[in-house]
Design a protein around this ligand. Structure first.
Ligand code: PLP
Length: 397
């Protein structure tokens, strides 16, 4: 029950991760406590091995690691670069900043592009840096920068890197995979990583990594210290429907259920509903009288929508209404509030968040039109339109 209220409020997690875990995932987890080298678990691995690459848009394998997304980000650095290698790191928020820091820890020479918060990186800027630094061996970029709700032009940047000499594109897809389209093979992305507690609707603790043939060829010449993080071990084990170490069997059992659900609903439909929810949230925020943090429609991520709301703290919403939403992080603390709309989140979950913002706003001296916001929200939700951006229409089939 939320404190400070005489009314009953269930505690609901509608954050930008972890996202709600559906009952069918929880049930699958509970019934997957198998021996990790036995036939029952091998059957789960075999199924996951077939369906997980579809979410990545790759014909290659997708590895699984017992650890959160940051572990997969670190593994991507450890497996594909040597100390002293130069990389470009796009820092448009907390998670872009983190990847650059990880690269520095491994002794990489990092050319950081610091992007104004709320904006995507400019393709020209990456092109200029690549031209000025022909020794760059990789570009680190986020498909979706969760801390701001920005989507970067990954396709264009992967094309640039492909034209540079021996330069890989590494993409953090933690809040893109299972949320919106990241066709790894089509775009020429070399390394794509993800995590369990966002679009995959699982609890935290599992992460993913996929690599192109180019990247796998590079790893043989990489000398960085790695044992648990050595992706080659996981690749070898996966070929045998197993993991290199003791697999997190319950999470992988839950993953199978989540992937079966994607299969039943159709990945395109999963993505389309997130795009629609994004459009509805943006329309609602504007109708309420808020300014959106990401103004450029072509840079919008469908994982979450950041609303400019100086002084309106997400923690207050949790205390008053039991709704765990995400606020701003670091320099954005107390400046934005983020509406989560990825994973197992339906229109009511999003409507609740918008209602809560409208209810709490007057306590922070914000005058908003909650009713107009709700009207705008439902108008989009109930329309028959497909809000998928043109570049993604029809993919995957
Ligand atoms: N990358 C992005 C885009 C994220 O949103 C997050 C977590 O929110 C991470 C990386 C880090 O993932 P984890 O906290 O699972 O290590």
């Amino acid at each position: 029950m939320a404190k400070g209220s005489s009314c009953f409020f269930k505690q609901r997690i509608v954050a930008t991760g972890p996202t709600p875990v559906p009952d069918f995932v929880l049930t699958a987890e509970m019934s997957s406590v198998f021996y990790h080298r036995g036939p029952a678990f091998a059957a789960i691995m075999e199924s996951v091995k077939k369906s997980l690459p579809k979410v990545f848009g790759t014909s290659g394998e997708v590895l699984m690691f017992a650890g959160t997304g940051t572990l997969a980000m670190e593994g991507a650095i450890a497996n594909f670069f040597n100390a002293g290698d130069a990389v470009i790191s796009v820092n448009a928020g907390k998670f872009g900043e983190r990847w650059g820091q990880q690269a520095k820890v491994y002794g990489l020479k990092v050319h950081e592009i610091k992007v104004e918060r709320g904006h995507a990186v400019k393709v020209d800027e990456v092109a200029r840096l690549l031209e000025q630094n022909p020794d760059v061996r990789g570009v680190l970029i986020h498909a979706s920068e969760t801390s701001t709700g920005v989507r970067h032009p990954v396709k264009e940047i992967a094309a640039l890197a492909k034209n540079a000499k021996d330069c890989l594109t590494l993409v953090d897809g933690v809040t893109a995979l299972g949320v919106f389209q990241v066709p790894m093979d089509d775009w020429g992305v070399d390394v794509l990583v993800g995590g369990s507690q966002k679009g995959f609707m699982l609890p935290p603790g599992l992460s993913f990594g996929a690599a192109s043939a180019r990247a796998w060829a590079r790893t043989e010449s990489v000398k960085s210290v790695r044992y648990y993080l050595d992706w080659r071990k996981e690749r070898k084990a996966l070929a045998e429907n197993s993991g290199a170490f003791t697999s997190p069997v319950t999470l992988i059992g839950g993953l199978k259920a989540a992937l079966d659900y994607f299969e039943a609903e159709g990945l395109y439909n999963v993505y389309a509903r997130n795009w629609k929810m994004t459009a509805a949230t943006r329309a609602a925020a504007k109708a309420m009288g808020f300014e959106l943090f990401v103004k450029d429609e072509s840079s919008v991520s469908s994982a979450c929508t950041a609303i400019l709301a100086e002084g309106l703290y997400a923690g207050e919403i949790r205390k008053r209404y039991g709704l765990t939403m995400s606020g701003g992080q670091d320099e954005l603390k107390g400046k934005i509030v983020r509406v989560g709309h990825m994973g197992y989140i339906d229109a009511w979950d999003v409507a609740n968040q918008l209602q809560a913002i409208a209810r709490v706003a007057p306590h922070f001296n914000k005058k908003v039109d909650g009713a107009a916001g709700m009207e705008a929200f439902w108008k989009v939700v109930e329309s028959a339109e497909d809000f998928t951006p043109a570049e993604f229409k029809g993919w995957p089939k």
